[in-house]
Design a protein around this ligand. Structure first.
Ligand code: ZN
Length: 493
């Protein structure tokens, strides 16, 4: 089982200065590696053609020139390390770009001795990180970007490098750091990769721990799913569930109070002189508020996700394209070429509400919890879920009127959002062919007698008491004996 625990670090002043220094140096190295890869690609990109066979560029393998592009010398693996081990099959005699950059770290340390103060594992993770971002690019993500100080905030140690003892953690080349030991690492777990991250309110450490003896929960097969909950994400309420309940949306960033506070703090930034210390102080206050809002949202979403997952064997959500939902309205032009109002100003408010609800993050949490507890999360196409009548399956845009849903075909009346949640559930059952047990609503039946008996309004069942002593010894007045020897009546108690 692989888990991830997060703690807040308590570095002293020297240590936090060192951490900041490391970040700067690592960032410089990251940018250098990225520049090297880009230049390498441009050199192989001859006459607008990057097919190696046609351009006949030397020392490039027959694979894509982009992945392997770097300007560093010595692209061949020299027998050593893993290659010498028995049974290890090396598929390519050539080093990949990230391996070449990795080998080049030796020279970097000689040229810039201050890099020796960084742990080697951390330094080696940088070319790997550049490589990873290129791999993502080849799979369809954006082109890797050069990192600036604000978007390079973390570095990681390789497995088995750090030690934890009580409320102290040992980071190689930095030393023992104190941290808030908010949750104990369970016994038998091994510490894997450790990431140090700088946030507005300090440094954090996230520890990945693994215990191979504990198996992951087996995922429940489709045939065994008995109960299922459909979810429809919304703004008025955060989640509408198919059983008719809904979960509140606290609007952490867009409720009136938060918006006002944010506006005030941002105004304070804008009125300070550019580049001044006061401005950066004010800016810090803005980012602290952002951080606080985000932390609140995170914690709330974990709570919500837990509540939803616990309900049933499986959960269904809509596969929303949130990026498309948050697109700007298309500009409208009149015949004379002037721009007409296109409703963007109203859309802006909606967009910020959508961003605040962060449905995607909630879905991710649902997915994580589902895997962790051996349950299942289904995604269905959101098409027509809010326009279909759950009774007669009639699809009509006009059926929905704001919060209300009135079917134009059969006249079925329902809450529009709850209706949609029910449709999502039905859609999942149909697309994945699930066998859901239907709940039979039991009628209220008198249990105490076979025939209903009407009790007289004034008829009260009385229990006879033989003597005072058998009365329950309860209440202060019953404690001790009766001094006058007076017989207590039932009402004296
Ligand atoms: Zn209908």
């Amino acid at each position: 089982m692989l888990l991830s625990f997060k703690y807040k670090l308590r570095p002293n002043q020297q240590q936090s200065q060192k951490l900041i220094q490391w970040l700067d140096m690592l960032r410089a190295n990251y940018n250098w590696c990225l520049r090297d890869r880009i230049d390498g690609w441009h050199q192989q990109f001859i006459c607008g053609d990057y097919c190696d066979l046609r351009t006949q560029v030397e020392i490039t393998p027959l694979t894509c020139g982009i992945t392997k592009g770097t300007q560093l010398a010595n692209p061949w693996k020299e027998g050593g390390g893993k290659a010498q081990k028995e049974g290890y099959k090396d598929t390519s005699p050539k080093r990949s770009a990230s391996l070449m950059q990795d080998a080049n770290l030796q020279e970097l340390k000689e040229a810039r001795p201050w890099y020796q103060s960084i742990d080697i594992g951390v330094l080696q993770s940088i070319p790997a990180r550049v490589n990873e971002s290129f791999n993502k690019f080849f799979k369809g993500a954006g082109f890797p970007k050069f990192k600036r100080r604000h978007d390079f905030k973390s570095f990681s140690y390789k497995p088995g490098r750090i030690k934890i003892k009580g409320n102290k953690v040992y980071l190689p080349k930095i030393g023992w750091l104190r941290f808030y030991n908010s949750r104990v690492i369970p016994e038998g777990f091994e510490i894997k990769t450790v990431t140090i991250r700088q946030k507005v309110d300090g440094w954090y450490i996230s520890v990945r721990i693994e215990n191979k003896d504990i198996p992951r929960f087996p995922v429940i097969p489709d045939s065994e799913i008995k109960t299922i909950t459909g979810c429809d994400m919304g703004l008025g309420k955060l989640v509408y569930l198919s059983d008719g309940s809904a979960i509140d949306n606290p609007r952490f960033a867009t409720h009136k109070k938060a918006k006002r506070l944010m506006r005030i703090r941002q105004r304070r930034v804008s009125r300070k002189q550019k580049g001044s210390k006061n401005r950066s102080k004010a800016q810090l206050r803005v980012s602290k508020l952002h951080n606080k809002i985000q932390q609140r949202r995170e914690s709330y979403q974990w709570d919500v996700a837990n509540r939803i997952i616990k309900r049933s064997d499986a959960v269904v959500v809509e596969d929303l394209q949130i990026q498309n939902m948050m697109k700007r309205c298309k500009p409208v032009k009149s015949e004379s070429g002037r721009f007409l109002p296109n409703g963007q100003s109203a859309k802006r408010g909606l967009n910020s509400s959508i961003a605040d609800a962060s449905w995607y993050a909630l879905t991710q949490k649902l997915e994580y919890l589902a895997v962790k507890s051996g349950k299942k999360l289904y995604r269905v196409n959101p098409r027509h879920t809010s326009q279909t009548c759950s009774k007669c399956k009639h699809i009509d845009k006009d059926s929905r009127n704001g919060e209300k849903f009135i079917c134009t075909n059969c006249g079925h009346i329902d809450d529009a959002n709850l209706q949609a949640a029910r449709n999502v559930k039905v859609k999942a059952i149909e697309t994945y062919k699930l066998n859901i047990v239907k709940k039979i609503k039991s009628k209220m039946v008198r249990r105490d007698s076979s025939k209903p008996v009407q009790l007289n309004l004034f008829e009260v069942e009385l229990y006879e008491r033989s003597s005072v002593n058998t009365l329950p010894l309860k209440g202060k007045r019953r404690v001790g004996e009766n001094p006058q020897g007076k017989q207590l009546s039932l009402w004296d108690i």
